[in-house]
Design a protein around this ligand. Structure first.
Ligand SMILES: Nc1nc2c(ncn2[C@@H]2O[C@H](COP(=O)(O)OP(=O)(O)OP(=O)(O)O)[C@@H](O)[C@H]2O)c(=O)[nH]1
Ligand SMILES: [Mg+2]
Length: 340
């Protein structure tokens, strides 16, 4: 999404060395003596400016217009590197492009108008100004390079697909379930505040494309302890989820008491108030007496007993998946004002 970002030195080296090459080529040409010096230096300055402009333009062309992106990606970029900083840096590159274009014209003309004896001095002046402009955007180029590193492994989201988010405490069997439903090779992508990244798997149900996202370490902290940015990372998922599969470890072998798991579930239900949540009681192969699970079941219909590892209950989950409706998130006309 972001191309390789050169340093100011790399941009200037490239520009100046191509300028020198072109100037050297002119030297061997037959040009009246009184014009030769000017021609050489004009070529040098114009070539350098063009090469530098090309470099800057290739950066601007390769980075997509942030406002055109899906809200999920806008949020993702904002959480990861900051949308405002990104826009500012691109603005600075654009500014530099404009100034270099101006210098190209200005100094080309100046060299042509003056006698050849002055050409070298004017060219030096031009180079001084060009390098000062390019050095001025150093911190912006640095930022874009930082953004490139951090946005390198963004999740690839299919926004047309029905999307299911798997949530629950660590070690409850989220990844095992993802594999059971979607097969062996989920995409592993970076996600802010997750150490392991998120995993995305795909499956087809009656020709309907289903995308399932496993979110390790993102939703397993008390919401009250989260800072704003961390919350936003979760809210970004809200742009995507059409349903949530909340996984309990019914055996508690993950090390978390069911009461704690239930508290997390309640927090998640609060954040994603509009999104249906299915309760999956996992590791039932280790559970002898189901009786004590009753107090964690709020809705029989949406509660499923499974063993992800043995594939028990997966068919029931799939049937539930068939009932999930894609939530329409196309932006509505904002005419709310009229009602208040
Ligand atoms: N007995 C039993 N073990 C299971 C079951 N499902 C998962 N496990 C085991 O539980 C452990 C954790 O499973 P994972 O699928 O990695 O759990 P996770 O929720 O993805 O864990 P994190 O990614 O660390 O949050 C592994 O050792 C699994 O083999 C199950 O149904 N029964
Ligand atoms: Mg996992």
């Amino acid at each position: 999404m972001i191309p390789t970002i050169p340093t100011p030195e790399e941009i200037l080296d490239k520009g100046f060395s191509r300028g020198k090459k072109q100037a050297d080529l002119m030297r061997s040409q037959k040009i009246p003596k009184h014009l030769k010096g000017k021609r050489i230096e004009e070529r040098r300055v114009v070539t350098s400016c063009q090469v530098i402009k090309d470099k800057l333009k290739s950066i601007l062309d390769a980075v997509p217009d942030i406002e055109e992106l899906h809200p999920f990606y806008q949020d993702y970029i904002d959480i990861t590197v900051g949308v405002d900083d990104m826009k500012q840096s691109l603005g600075a590159v654009n500014w530099a492009y404009g100034i270099i274009a101006q210098l190209e014209k200005e100094y080309g003309a100046k060299i042509r108008k003056n006698p050849s004896e002055n050409a070298t001095a004017i060219q030096k002046q031009a180079y001084g100004r060009i390098s000062s402009v390019i050095h001025k955007i150093k911190k912006d180029l640095d930022f874009l390079d930082f953004a490139k590193q951090n946005l390198r492994n963004m999740p690839t989201i299919d926004f047309e697909a029905t999307t299911i988010v798997i949530a629950g405490f660590p070690n409850v069997g989220k990844s095992t379930l993802l594999k059971q439903i979607t097969g062996a090779d989920p995409q592993v992508a970076n996600y802010p505040f997750t150490t392991k990244g998120i995993q995305i798997g795909h499956t087809e149900r009656h020709w309907k494309h289903i995308q399932i996202i496993d979110t390790p370490g993102l939703l397993d902290r008390p919401v009250l302890e989260m800072n704003d940015i961390e919350m936003n990372a979760i809210v970004a998922l809200e742009h995507l989820a059409d349903a949530i599969l909340f996984i309990f470890d019914a055996s508690e072998t993950c090390g978390f008491h069911l009461d704690n798991q239930y508290n997390l579930l309640k927090q998640i239900e609060k954040i994603f108030a509009e999104i249906p949540v299915f309760y999956l009681f996992n590791k039932m192969d280790l559970v002898e007496d189901r009786e004590y699970l009753n107090e964690y079941i709020d809705n029989e219909e949406n509660s499923i007993f499974i063993s992800a590892i043995e594939g028990e209950g997966i068919d029931i989950i799939n049937k539930k998946i068939d009932t999930i409706k894609k939530i329409d998130r196309t932006p509505q006309e904002e005419d709310d004002d009229e009602y208040y």
